[in-house]
Design a protein around this ligand. Structure first.
Ligand code: SIN
Length: 482
């Protein structure tokens, strides 16, 4: 009897997971995600576009230079050269998958400019709805691909190890029913950790569950302390907040203090378009002093329903018409540069376990990600990983006994809410040795020891050990301007 081929198991239905699954053809793939329809990924919310040096006056070397400058030089230079060199081909590939990028009257791709970029090199789809357009097109491709079997509504809560190699996963559905799947390889494409903070631009599912499982299994972490805070989420209170894209400031919106004065005047040569971490810290400072910050986008012209449909809809849903009134804004956890340490093929330090997209750290983003490089990374690295897995021999593991590594129980809701506040205060846009240490001790002493607490401890420890300020990691006690 012919033995069925073990599938490549991909965990996560965002851009990185979808692309990895597609690129692994013709190998069989099981794509597992928490939501039934694969919704709920941060990719689908991404309002920025995809950076690619497409203009004849631009170059991939210039894109690489901007990426390294934004990353405070902490990037892996070879990885950056590879990623930025892949960008034009990535745009072409996405068009072949059915993504329709915005074009000008002359029929050419429109190239926008965003913070930190020295040239106009951002392509968008549907105005500020690029992430949604990508997810929509890629999901349709996956669902019509015979080699991918899609399963929604499941959480992967344990990995099967044999002699130090990952050889399978355990899923748990919403009714608590478990299933074991033997895997030729396991790919974590589970996104970031923004939802572990009190305020985030990410969806609630970006809670670090995949990262926690990978680390519990023994995969090495890298750069966990580097978390990017976006300066302008809509300040309507609560946990997951609508993002107000930086592109609005590129189009002329201005940050104002409560007295209506320009917030960034005299603070940075680029003013409102200063690097994201600089602006986020300024907004944070004002809030700490009891004030509020407003984004006045009333002078932004054009048809908002074409240029900024996502922002317009989110603001109207909360009772603000951004064309008429300034918007209250707050910083929010936005992107995790750190994650499971991988090489550019997505290989973690644990045989059989791969990671791609935001959950992974391959060094391209350094200490602070450049705008519109995250969808690029998800697509380019997903293609590379899928292609590598398609020709790789399935992981075998040794002859030894099996061992399940479980992520473990999560925190009860009240403890989770308290943890988010703790992380926001201690490991938010501005950090200090004493608050990092106190927060770590509070986690260590907590009666509820859920997996989120373990992950928070790892992040706090990494932030405490990174004694200098670098990129998005601002240590007020160590030379950060605040
Ligand atoms: C934004 O549109 O402001 C965010 C884009 C990004 O995260 O790259």
């Amino acid at each position: 009897m012919k033995r069925e081929r073990r599938p490549i198991v991909v965990v996560g239905g965002g851009v990185a997971g979808l692309v990895t699954a597609l690129a692994a053809a013709p190998s069989p793939v099981r794509l597992l995600c928490r939501a039934h329809d694969g919704s709920g990924s941060a990719s689908a919310l991404a309002q920025g576009g995809i950076a690619a040096a497409l203009d004849p006056d631009d170059s991939t070397a210039a894109h690489a230079g901007d990426t390294i400058e934004a990353g405070a030089g902490h990037n892996d230079a070879a990885a950056v050269r590879w990623l930025t060199g892949e960008a034009p081909g990535t745009i072409a590939w996405l068009q072949q998958q059915g993504v329709r990028f915005d074009r000008g009257a002359d029929g050419r791709l429109q190239l926008g400019r965003e913070g930190g970029h020295g040239a106009a090199r951002i392509v968008h789809a549907g105005g500020d709805a690029t992430g949604a357009a990508l997810v929509h097109a890629l999901r349709a491709r996956v669902q019509s691909s015979a080699h991918v079997q899609w399963r929604g509504g499941v959480d992967v809560d344990a990995l099967l190890l044999r002699d130090g190699a990952v050889v399978g996963v355990r899923t748990c559905d919403q009714r608590g029913r478990q299933q074991h799947i033997d895997a030729a390889a396991v790919v974590l494409a589970t996104g970031g950790i923004g939802a572990l903070f009190a305020h985030t631009s990410n969806p609630a599912g970006a809670d670090g569950a995949g990262l926690a499982l990978g680390l519990a299994s023994g995969a090495a972490p890298r750069d966990l302390e580097f978390v990017q805070f976006h300066p302008t989420a809509l300040d309507v209170g609560g946990h997951c907040l609508p993002l107000i894209t930086e592109a609005l400031r590129g189009a002329g919106a201005r940050l104002l203090d409560a007295a209506g004065q320009p917030l960034m005047r005299g603070l940075h040569p680029l003013g409102d378009l200063a690097p994201r971490d600089v602006v986020a810290r300024r907004v944070w400072q004002v809030q700490r002093a009891g004030g509020r910050v407003w984004l006045d986008a009333t002078a932004v012209g054009g048809d908002w329903s074409l240029r900024f449909p996502t922002v317009l809809a989110a603001c109207l849903a909360h009772g603000f018409d951004p064309r008429q009134v300034p918007l209250p804004v707050t910083p929010a956890a936005h992107f995790h540069m750190g994650g499971i340490a991988t090489d550019l093929d997505g290989r973690s330090t644990l045989a059989g376990l791969h990671a791609v997209g935001e959950v992974a750290c391959n060094g391209v983003h350094g200490a602070n990600r450049l705008a519109s490089n995250s969808l690029l990374e998800g697509v380019a690295c997903g293609r590379r990983l899928g292609a590598a897995l398609a020709i790789a021999a399935p992981v075998r593991g040794g002859p030894g006994s099996h061992r399940w590594v479980e992520r473990g129980d999560g925190l009860p809701p009240a403890s989770l809410a308290a943890l988010r506040t703790l992380l926001w205060r201690a490991a938010g846009p501005v950090r200090e040795a004493s608050s990092l240490r106190d927060a770590w001790r509070a986690c260590a002493a907590a009666a509820d020891a859920g997996w989120q607490m373990r992950l928070a401890k790892s992040l706090l420890r990494a932030a405490a050990l990174r004694r200098g300020s670098l990129g998005a990691h601002c240590r007020l006690d160590r030379g950060c301007p605040g």
